[in-house]
Design a binder for this molecule. Structure first.
Ligand SMILES: [Fe+2]
Length: 274
């Protein structure tokens, strides 16, 4: 299985987002709800000792349904009261502009389809399991929520070249970030937390390189959306994400560009987001 997922993919989608009724509810089939149940049960076991405490708290607070795909109006009711975030139903694939625009307005885009059974372990397109299970618990956390909005605002104002750099920051934090907790590494990245294999691999394998988060280093590091990650970046606490909203990232992008990409992890097939 490969790693999970990118906010923006440019090829044609294999899946189509579901339409909702006027109240925002979607009529999922028994099989689709069954797929959620399998994924939810499997993943909650795997991440119990691997996810950071804020994620586990968020999962508890959101109280998502275990046996059927949660409905967005229900999730939104809870999120609104906690951090003002909302999950917004979008087509399977959206462009950068729309993605940034939504985040800047505290709206988290989610395609509403769920993976087919034959793709239980990995799909290239981010599905509703990835978006709701992987990301929504931490949207209850102020640091994660504020950084996500800030990222959207930065992205909206950035040039295409700078957006490619910013995509790496999103990738190595919100999607594939690790955090230290009482001298133990835990996961906060939604791409990891929605992937059974990567939840174990990211913490337990001796293959990837794990280093403290250095923003310039992140900007200089290629990533792949279709493989387990070669690099993970570690923050000391989720408040470090809040800290990122106070520094001049544009200036750091310039410095990283001047230094060039790290030769050690050069990959011409970096994710489509870049
Ligand atoms: Fe994601």
């Amino acid at each position: 299985m490969k790693s999970n997922t990118s906010p923006v993919i440019t090829s044609q989608p294999k899946y189509i987002s579901k339409t909702a009724n006027d109240a925002g509810y979607i009529d999922y089939s028994e099989e689709e709800n069954g797929t959620w149940k399998i994924l939810y049960e499997r993943q909650t076991q795997i991440i119990q000792k691997r996810a950071c405490k804020e994620f586990l708290h968020g999962l508890n607070v959101l109280n998502m349904s275990k046996n059927a795909i949660p409905q967005l109006p229900d999730i939104n009711n809870r999120l609104r009261k906690l951090t003002g975030w909302q999950v917004e139903r979008v087509p399977a694939l959206i462009g950068f502009e729309r993605f940034f625009e939504l985040l800047a307005n505290r709206k988290f885009p989610a395609a509403t389809f769920i993976r087919r059974r034959e793709e239980l372990d990995y799909i290239r397109e981010p599905d509703i399991f990835h978006e709701l299970f992987g990301h929504c618990p931490l949207l209850t956390n102020q640091n994660y929520a504020d950084f996500s909005q800030h990222y959207g605002q930065l992205g909206l104002a950035a040039s295409n070249k700078d957006r490619a750099m910013l995509a790496r920051l999103y990738w190595f934090t919100i999607e594939f970030g690790l955090v230290r907790e009482a001298n133990t590494l835990k996961i906060y990245g939604g791409g990891i937390l929605s992937s059974t294999q990567e939840s174990c691999y990211s913490l337990e394998s001796d293959k990837p390189v794990r280093t403290p988060l250095d923003v310039i280093d992140v900007f200089r590091t290629h990533y792949r959306i279709d493989q387990l990650q070669k690099n993970y970046f570690i923050i000391e606490q989720l408040a470090d994400l809040q800290q990122l909203t106070t520094i001049n990232l544009k200036q750091l992008i310039e410095r990283a560009r001047f230094m060039g990409m790290k030769a050690s992890n050069y990959d011409p097939n970096e994710g489509a987001a870049c």
